[in-house]
Design a protein around this ligand. Structure first.
Ligand SMILES: NC(=O)c1ccc[n+]([C@@H]2O[C@H](COP(=O)([O-])OP(=O)(O)OC[C@H]3O[C@@H](n4cnc5c(N)ncnc54)[C@H](O)[C@@H]3O)[C@@H](O)[C@H]2O)c1
Length: 385
């Protein structure tokens, strides 16, 4: 068993999820590589979050508030960087220059310029395994959809609808934080936060946006500042995109709708995908996380949606019994297994069991930048190649 020694930079909400996944590695009996967290870095150390790391990670040797100190630690081979978006380019670049394998967070740069700088550095360091976290397409149903795409099961694609719907900002009394502040979150707003998760599967399928018409909404333009005052909240809350997509292999085109909504009444954390094709259709939503619906159609036959209960049909085998339900923490564990597998083997386990690649993040940025232009001009905008 190979052990890869990790440092975490940014010990917030999602940084802790990696620590939890690493602690549950014994869930994956066939892995021949495992992470070991030896260092953490957070802007502030005097917080219960850091006590949590100290209390639960016996292998932890370095705790620092200076990410350069962590990057200078020769014991650290790989880093997971989960910091606000305005810091992505700076810290990702320094991590790669320090020779660390990198799992970054979406959107992999606050804007297109930052993403291009990161991508240029990735090209300079082909010896490093650099990927971006996005766990949703590791849900068993999404993996099954991936295999259907690989097998050409859908026939000609008629239409695809994807989205990520939250209600995290429905409450107008929720105080502002960095994710609702342009300086730290960027001009993309909700698109930069939720959009990457939605693009991951269609882009991996080889479906590329040619143009986009976007309608972006700032539904709650001011929020409490948490200190008794009210401040402007300038980030986009909801983004609805209509894209013309092209299938890379065949050149065929189809419409795709993408919804990245932070204010979606009745939703909590609903990542969904619907693919309508001439030979088969599939639909999946995290509202019913274990159920995949598939309709296979042969000329003249009756149309019937089948419901498949997925259980633990995972890319990386788990000790959990096959019929048991799968959840978000399991998806995060599978994503980390995919990253470690690829770091170790030099290639992903399969086409859809690999984390988002830097070139895929570049396509997110081309689409999101075009979406901003579309919104500003009220017109359809080509997505640059
Ligand atoms: N994959 C997912 O599902 C998912 C979910 C949430 C967030 N994210 C992404 O993860 C990243 C972090 O988001 P979060 O929700 O964990 O945010 P968070 O605010 O909970 O955590 C960010 C952490 O970074 C620390 N930090 C800030 N500046 C730093 C610096 N210079 N050096 C070291 N630490 C610093 C903060 O102290 C904080 O603890 C973002 O890119 C976000 O888009 C991904």
């Amino acid at each position: 068993m190979r052990t890869v020694r990790f440092g975490i930079i940014g010990c917030g909400m999602i940084g802790r999820e990696f620590a939890s996944a690493a602690a549950r590695w014994l869930h994956l009996p066939e892995m021949t590589v495992r992470p070991q967290i030896v260092a953490v870095c957070n802007r502030t150390l005097a917080t219960p979050k850091i006590d949590w790391f100290r209390d639960h990670i016996p292998t932890l040797k370095q705790v620092t508030s200076d990410y350069r100190e962590l990057l200078g630690n020769p014991d650290v081979e790989a880093v997971y960087i989960a910091v606000p978006h305005h810091l992505h380019a700076e810290i990702y670049l320094e991590a790669m220059e320090a020779g660390k394998h990198l799992m970054g967070e979406k959107p992999f740069g606050i804007d297109r310029q930052a993403n291009e700088a990161i991508f240029a550095c990735v090209r300079k360091h082909p010896e490093l395994c650099v990927r971006c976290a996005s766990q949703f397409f590791f849900f068993p149903a999404a993996q099954r959809i991936g295999r259907m795409i690989e097998a050409g099961a859908f026939g000609k694609i008629i239409e695809v609808n994807v989205g990520f719907l939250h209600s995290s900002d429905l409450n107008p009394d929720k105080p502002i934080n960095w994710k609702r502040t342009r300086q730290f979150n960027g001009d993309y707003g909700c698109l930069g936060d939720l959009g990457p998760h939605v693009c991951t599967l269609p882009f991996r399928a080889g479906w590329v946006p040619r143009n986009v018409r976007a309608v972006l909404s700032n539904i709650i333009p001011s929020r409490p500042d948490g200190q008794g005052g009210v401040v402007p909240c300038e980030t986009w809350d909801n983004a609805t995109l209509l894209c013309e997509m092209e299938v890379t292999d065949s050149g065929e085109r189809f419409p795709l709708t993408l919804r990245a909504h932070r204010i979606s009444p009745g939703q909590r954390n609903n990542w969904y995908i619907e693919i309508l094709g001439t030979a088969a259709s599939a639909r999946y939503s995290l509202r019913q996380a274990n159920t995949l619906e598939v309709l296979e159609y042969q000329g003249g036959a009756e149309q019937q949606w089948r419901r498949i209960e997925m259980g633990q049909e995972t890319a990386f085998r788990s000790i959990t019994q096959e019929l048991a339900q799968f959840g978000v923490c399991d998806a995060i564990l599978q994503m980390w297994a995919a990253y470690l597998y690829e770091l170790h083997a030099g290639r992903p386990l399969s086409r859809f069991a690999g984390c988002a690649r830097p070139e895929e993040t570049a396509l997110w940025h081309r689409l999101f930048t075009a979406a901003l232009e579309s919104q500003a001009g009220g017109k359809t905008v080509p997505v640059s190649r």
